[in-house]
Design a protein around this ligand. Sequence first.
Ligand SMILES: [Zn+2]
Length: 218
Amino acid sequence: MEGAAQEVQREFPRLGPRKLKDENTATRAIVSGDRMEIHVTDDAIGRYFRRYQLGLRFVAHGAKAKTTCEWTGLTSDQLLTLCKRWGFDLMKTPRGPAPSSFHDFFDSKKRRAEAALFVSFCRTLGALPARTGKDAAVRLPCIENGERLCEAFEAFREWAPTSTLTFEHAILLARGVVQAELITLAQCPNCDGAMLVGRIERNQETCGLCRLPTAASS
Ligand SMILES: [Zn+2]
């Protein structure tokens, strides 16, 4: 483990043992005389690098700085340093408040279908917890869920490369489905496909993409 700790310090020379500390680690520093030894567990090193890696992934997907910090646990200074180091311009990340209206997902049939597809990817890849509710939504931002959310978003973008669903909207969707107050994922009674259902939206009897059976065909 000594080698791994040295590697971290080489990579981030200004990093002190206190900054390495993580809520789930056994990181500790022992000062003996003038010498300081850092003891870091595999888990500490792993989470440390995952945090930074996830930060880059979020920024690459166009997440706002505030969102990235919230999900990764990075401070704004750490994120700034990370972006400078890897050539990302934080000033180019989206400005203004994060999207907050679920109405955006019901603008068109295509948008509603894409939202349902993204949530389906989230479910398939385990990005959403089994529990729903306000507390579950508050607990959603963390490294593990962030990684799975990125996987779901990347899979979604491969499936729907022309989609205009932004990463911030994807996060809003994930939160909304976990909170399960204003939107939820349901099954289309006509085609059995996944469909997004909003509490205040209209015309949601079916997914909107399937054709209802006509009197002649039934
Ligand atoms: Zn349908």
